[in-house]
Every structure is written in structure tokens, then in C-alpha cells.
Design a protein around this ligand. Structure first.
Ligand SMILES: Nc1ncnc2c1ncn2[C@@H]1O[C@H](COP(=O)(O)OP(=O)(O)OP(=O)(O)O)[C@@H](O)[C@H]1O
Ligand SMILES: [Mg+2]
Length: 471
């Protein structure tokens, strides 16, 4: 993980807390905004009652409405320990019948029949809550209506609103704090197994490739741990294999180098020019062997699965290539009294391949066939184009036992009692190159009953078959 990346814990907290806090904040704002409404609801009804009480004191006098309210009743009606109250009674034609003329008519007009409107207003410079109620009466003859307005200052309403806010906000804030705490603790607890896993991995030595214990790991993370364990196992196998290979290679290199050293020492002591020449010739043979071994090791490294990912396989004629290489081996075969032949149907046999690597594969197989065949033996290179392009090399060498047919493809593996010089790398290189070409190698005894036949089966050019394997 890069240092600048937000940690999983931080991300989870952000995802959980942001909407939670937004919701709680919204709830708080709504409660705050509606608290004044609740407070008004409670007191508006009482204000309306007072308006009705005032109306009861309206008398009709000769068709004219007038208010008949004693000072005591007025005091009783309009007295409140917290607020000041004002009233005004006016006729339908806006004539003052009684009360406080400072009260303005309702801002949004007179309410409908028998209706009442509540609104905020200012009377004598004081903010008031006002009710305007339209009251009907039956005069002598024609029915009419009067408007009763009663206003009250806001002290107890504001106090109630504050009480409502306080009673809602304090638990709300407590809820926010508790929710944040619960989310933080929950996320931390939930991620604890992951932190333990991180510690277990970071405390490891780079040499420890044993599997990670997935005992306390959450089920969701277990597949990831299983994958990492699989990777560790493969890495362990690769490292072991490479260590073994390095040890084997060092051992193989040590012998010719020690031999050359001894030959040089011998040559340095030699005074006779004939013997000196012989010693130098021996030295040349050893250097040649060493150079071949180093070349083989490089070839193995070049064809390792990790190194061949970008090899481009291009269409080429296997028939032409095998024929050309066979021709190059004729002088060597003649030297060893081997009858080297080539059999093909003459036409082109197209495969997707890498010429350099295929040359190495064919050279190694012919080299083995020529070297291990008995004197006067017969080696034949066949190229066929049956169900799939096939290269087959048959020889007259000693029969390779069935139980050894897989092992001889391993690095440095040689058959016991082999008299011919070699390091046991040729077939390992062949096997790696075959894998690069998605080809399959089989090893059987030669059809003529003497010797062996190595067969390489290639996918046809352009074939989607990529499942290379070895016998
Ligand atoms: N055509 C063959 N006939 C008989 N035995 C063979 C043949 N090819 C390989 N072998 C056996 O398989 C062993 C492994 O062969 P491989 O080519 O890998 O190594 P090598 O020939 O011993 O050494 P080099 O690395 O020089 O090729 C040989 O040592 C030999 O015993
Ligand atoms: Mg060989």
C-alpha cells in the first residue's frame, strides 16, 4: 500500500460517519425549525378562545354592534403573568368597535366566514402573535359579522420553543457522540484481524516462506490468504529448485576448471615442446567442454518459463530447418561411422516457432542420437505432416528404460553407466524449448527394435493449441 493512500479504516469511517452525521444534522435542523411551530400550536388555541370570549361581550344596539366589557372583565381576560395582550373589535366596514386601535387589520385580509387566521405582527413596537377571527351575528333583520383580533407578546411561546429545542437537542447531540463512538469502535474491532494479518506478514523474515496462518482471518479475506499461501508455496518450490540448480551447476563447473588448472600446471612444468603441445591440446579440449557447459547453462536460463514470456513465434518451415541441420551433422556422423539420414515428404511443414531455439532443440536431439548410437549405427531424422507437424529422431543407441523416460529430461540427470561424455543438460534444454513452442515430446523405442525414437509433436501453424507438455 502506498503511504498516501487513505487507509481502509479511514475510508470506512468516512463512508459510515458522513451519511450518519448528515442525517443527524438534518434531523436537528428540522427539529429546531419546527419547535416554534409546536410552541405556537399550543398557545394559538388559547388565543382563539380569548377572541371568542371578547366576542361574547359584543352587544347589538339598534342594529349597531358595540362592546360591553367591564374594566374588571377586561383585566381578567387580558392579564397574563408572562405576556401582554391586546385586542381590537372592528365592524365588517373596518370601523373600530372597541379595543386597541393600534392593531392593524390582518395583513393577508379578513378570514372567510366564521374563520380565524393566526399571524405574527408588531403592536406598540412589540412582536406579537395575533389571531383575527371573523364572528357572525344576526342583527335585527340582516345578519352581519365583526372581526375580533387578539394579540399576545411572545415571551411564553419563546420559552416553550427553547424548552422544546433543549429537550430535543441535548439527546440529539448525545446520540451523535455515541454514534461516532460506536462506529469508530466497530470499525476498529472489525479491522483488527486484518491488522493482525498485516503484522504477521510484516514481521516475517524474507526467508520464511511457510504458509500464513488463516485461523483468525475473516472469511472474506481467507481466499486472499489462500492465494498468497499458494504463491509462497510456488516461490518456495522455485527457490529450492534454483538453489539445487546453482549447486549442481557449480559442481559441474568445478570439475573442468580443476582439470584445466591441473593441465596448466603440468604444461608450465613441461620443457619438451612436443609434450607441451599435447598438454595445450588437452587444455583446449577442456576449455571447449567448459565453454559448451556454460553455453548450455545460459540456454537453460534463456528458456526458463519466466524468461520466455515475450518470445515471438513466427511461421517457419520445419521440414527445411530440420533438413538443413541434418546436413550440417553429416561430417560429424561420418567421423563416427554413423549412417545419418533424413526422411520427409518433400513439402513444407509449417509451424509457429523461434528458429534459433528450434535449431538448438534439433541439434541436441541429433547430438544425442549420434553420440549414443553404436559404431556403424543408423540415425534418421523424420519430418511428418500428419494430424500435426512432427519431428522424430530415431537412433541405434542403448535402449532407455521406461522408468527413466521422464527423468532423463531433468537437469543434470544422466543414465548410470553412460560412457559418453556429457553433463545431462541437453534434454532439459530440449524440454524447455518444446514448452516454449507448446509442443509435446514422446520417447519410445525405435520401430526397428534397436535404439530409441524421440518425437516432438508441434501444434500446426496458427493453431490455438497452447497446452505444451512433456512425456
Ligand atoms: N539418444 C539417446 N540414446 C540413449 N541414451 C540417451 C539418448 N539421449 C539421451 N540419453 C541418455 O539421457 C541422458 C541425458 O541426456 P542429455 O542430453 O540431457 O545429457 P547428456 O547427453 O548426458 O549431456 P549433454 O548435456 O552434453 O547433452 C544421457 O546421459 C543419456 O544417458
Ligand atoms: Mg545430450
Amino acid at each position: 500500500m502506498r503511504r498516501n493512500d487513505p487507509a481502509l479504516q479511514r475510508k470506512l469511517l468516512a463512508w459510515l460517519l458522513s451519511p450518519l452525521l448528515a442525517l443527524l444534522l438534518l434531523d436537528t435542523i428540522i427539529t429546531y425549525a419546527t419547535s416554534a411551530g409546536f410552541s405556537n400550536q399550543a398557545y394559538d388555541r388559547a388565543l382563539h378562545e380569548i377572541a371568542r370570549e371578547v366576542f361574547l361581550h359584543v352587544q347589538l344596539d339598534g342594529g349597531q354592534a358595540r362592546i360591553d366589557i367591564s374594566a374588571g372583565t377586561e383585566r381578567l381576560l387580558l392579564t397574563d403573568q408572562d405576556d401582554r395582550l391586546f385586542y381590537k373589535v372592528s365592524s365588517s366596514d373596518d370601523r373600530l368597535i372597541g379595543g386597541d386601535d393600534a392593531i392593524a387589520p390582518p395583513r393577508n385580509g379578513v378570514p372567510g366566514k366564521d374563520g380565524a387566521v393566526f399571524y405574527d405582527d408588531v403592536v406598540h413596537g412589540m412582536e406579537v402573535r395575533m389571531v383575527a377571527a371573523r364572528m357572525a351575528y344576526a342583527g335585527n333583520g340582516a345578519p352581519g359579522w365583526i372581526l375580533v383580533q387578539v394579540g399576545e407578546t411572545l415571551n411564553k411561546r419563546q420559552r416553550l420553543a427553547t424548552e422544546i429545542r433543549a429537550s430535543v437537542l441535548v439527546p440529539q447531540l448525545l446520540l451523535i457522540v455515541l454514534a461516532i463512538l460506536a462506529v469508530c469502535v466497530g470499525v476498529r474491532q472489525g479491522l483488527k484481524p486484518l491488522q493482525m494479518l498485516t503484522r504477521a506478514v510484516s514481521n516475517r523474515s524474507h526467508l520464511d516462506l511457510s504458509p500464513i496462518d488463516d485461523h483468525d482471518v475473516p472469511a472474506e479475506v481467507r481466499p486472499l490468504v489462500a492465494e498468497v499461501n499458494g504463491l509462497l508455496q510456488r516461490l518456495d518450490a522455485t527457490l529450492n529448485f534454483q538453489n539445487r540448480f546453482i549447486a549442481d551447476a557449480a559442481h559441474q563447473l568445478k570439475t573442468p576448471v580443476a582439470g584445466m588448472k591441473a593441465q596448466i600446471e603440468l604444461a608450465l612444468r613441461e620443457a619438451d615442446s612436443g609434450k607441451l603441445q599435447h598438454a595445450v591440446a588437452q587444455l583446449y579440449v577442456s576449455a571447449d567442454r567448459l565453454s559448451r557447459l556454460v553455453g548450455q547453462l545460459l540456454s537453460l536460463a534463456r528458456n526458463e518459463p519466466g524468461a520466455v514470456e515475450n518470445v515471438k513465434l513466427l511461421p517457419l518451415d520445419l521440414h527445411a530447418l530440420a533438413l538443413e541441420i541434418t546436413m550440417e551433422w553429416v561430417p560429424e556422423a561420418l567421423k563416427r561411422n554413423i549412417d545419418l539420414g533424413f526422411e520427409g515428404h518433400g513439402g513444407r511443414v509449417m509451424i509457429d516457432g523461434d528458429t534459433h531455439r528450434l535449431r538448438e532443440l534439433i541439434n541436441n536431439l541429433i547430438d544425442n542420437a549420434v553420440r549414443y548410437s553404436q559404431d556403424g549405427g543408423k540415425v534418421t531424422v523424420h519430418v511428418l505432416n500428419g494430424s500435426q507437424p512432427t519431428l522424430s529422431i530415431s537412433d541405434d543407441g542403448p535402449r532407455i528404460p521406461v522408468e527413466e523416460r521422464t527423468r532423463i529430461f531433468e537437469r543434470f540427470h544422466r543414465l548410470l553407466g553412460t560412457q559418453v561424455d556429457g553433463s545431462g543438460l541437453g534434454l532439459a534444454i530440449v524440454s524447455e524449448i518444446a514448452t516454449v513452442h507448446h509442443a509435446r515430446i514422446t520417447l519410445e523405442e525405435d520401430k526397428d527394435g534397436v535404439g530409441n525414437a524421440f518425437t516432438v509433436l508441434f501444434p500446426a501453424s496458427g493453431s490455438p493449441d497452447t497446452s505444451g507438455s512433456m512425456l
